[in-house]
Design a protein around this ligand. Sequence first.
Ligand code: WT7
Length: 689
Amino acid sequence: TTNHLRHVELLTTLPSGAGEISPLNAVILGEALASEEDDLIFSNKEFSNKAHVSSPQKYLEMYKRSIVDSAGFWSDIASQFYWKQRWDEHCVYSENLDVRNGDIRIQWFKGGVTNICYNALDTNIQAGLGDKTAFFWEGNDLGQDATLTFSQLLNKVCQLANYLKDIGVKKGDAVVIYLPMLMELPIAMLACARIGAVHSVVFVGFSSESLSQRIMDCKPKAVITCNAVRRGSKVLNLKNIVDAALAESTNNGVSIDVCLTCENQSAMTRETTKWQIDRDVWWQDIVSKYPTTCEVEWVDAEDPLFLLYTSGSTGKPKGVLHTTGGYMIYTATTFKYAFDYKPSDIYWCTADCGWITGHSYVTYGPLLNGSTVVIFEGAPNYPDSGRCWDIVDKYKVTLFYTAPTLFVNRYSRKSLRVLGSVGEPINPSAWRWFYNVVGDSRCPISDTWLQTETGGFMITPLPGTWPQKPGSVTFPFFGVLPIIVDEKGNEIEGECSGYLCIRNSWPGAFRTLYGDHERYETTYFKPFPGYYYSGDGCSRDKDGYHWLTGRVDDVINVSGHRIGIAEIESALVSHRQCAEAAVVGVEHEVDLSPAYLYRLLDFTDLILKMDDLIFSNKDFIDLKNGGSNSKSYLIVIGGAEVPSGRRLVSLDVFRGLTVALMILVDDAGGFLPSINHSPWNGVTLADFV
Ligand code: WT7
């Protein structure tokens, strides 16, 4: 605690003068800005006065308590939720994050018995929100939409929960969900949670190999999918991908009895869907026959809620396991404060439920708060790049949460109140664009830092609380003690730059890597003993603001999504014309657009693109024909904010071999500027041959 206290002091004496906003404001506005660090943006008084955390002082007060009396702070919040049985007051959480002191076994609210689905739906309905809209669903094509109230959502969740129970899914069993952004996706998650089953959502951009790998790892009782999805003008036949994945798993001794398939008529009819009669079941035919009420399976706070696989720099994907109680409290609380949520808000998060952002901030966090959520099936640039603003205006979205990217400016967007950003460091000019253009200089921006492993936001602005600095994630959320260490693991203080670690336990933390607790400790707790290691670089400025600098391991961050180089490499070598692949990341100022991201993640499509771009490219053909080595190496350039030094070192390894250079193109078919970007400046194809 002494250490913790000292830390709070360090963090909370900063930023200098933040307590007296007016004088500081005058100084800042009166002077030319010296640097990004001195670029403070103040939220307007009216906004701050109504905000949950209305001033830096209020934050400091709450933050101090959250660190000094973590147990009390979180118990008070947890008490506002429904618990069938209260947790053990003497042991609200387990403290050890130090491998030298024994195993890492994080626990929160041990002994407590609850259910997250019950807290997200039943309690809100009991509180009078039954007729409130839970979901506004917007389809890929204009004019396709639907809504569900909280009561209707509960009915649908119960029907599916009853069906799952009927086919033998029990508490603790895994269920793999491979669905696009239909309402059935959160419905399936909630149905699993209701009966204590462990969901594992796999993003539909992932290939059949990735899907089968995940199926073989967690051995689910059932797989839930749909026949197809339209994304932009393209149809993705998901059922074929699932079929291939299930065949592959069966070959490896993991066979799945039930594949519940939702018919997505707008993309593909039943008749054209391939079917395996003894295994496949149409959702529409069966689920609606089940009763609309379903008893809740009460679970222990530490019972698993879900598995979500994330890329590592080596080896197979890691099955990040989250449990029930702490995750529930943490996602609900971070949602409430980071977006300054009020009951009248309409909230839209553009993330897919296949990522942690979608778990915590499409499904659980918002619903636990009784929020109305917009769910969008399509691509942000279809039918044109104004689609997002079209949706904002259509549903009068007040809280808009997305990955940093560029859009055109039209439509009114008057409804917007708070903007959120996630997934990658946002550069100050993009920040300004988001703030000035999208938010009309009126909406605070919550640049939220989180990871699959953290469950929820760890460092984030609170709207209306702090002066903001474009590009900075600002200060830690309640109960989080971030520290920066050098390569030897020594904590560094003051203005500094190094590896971002967390020195204490927070309720939303993941508890293990499924089936591999040793890898959990090795990856996250051994690099810098005593701390959780994030894998991100970070600096802290003179005012205590935090600036994320990107991944420091071999993982590429593309539009905010981590993809292991190994995964891209294996996708590439699965192509008949590719003997070997070496993937390197290159820092990129603007990053790829989210629309492009979908295509990048859709590896089949990526390979098609290779055909279009590379194999029809005369240079490459010449290179191939003239090359003395029969192997072709592909270097994929893309992604953002990958520290470049290490990449260039690894490039040297490939010198002397025949290397082909693959350049990703943007949506307009133009080359991304990465090739001109330092350190690639002046590098040409010839350099690799
Ligand atoms: C990694 C986590 C879609 C977002 C969740 C993806 C990076 C996340 C920020 C931010 C700078 C960020 C980090 C982190 N990241 N948020 N606000 N500023 N970088 O979850 O796939 O587990 O990736 O995303 O590098 O480690 P994920």
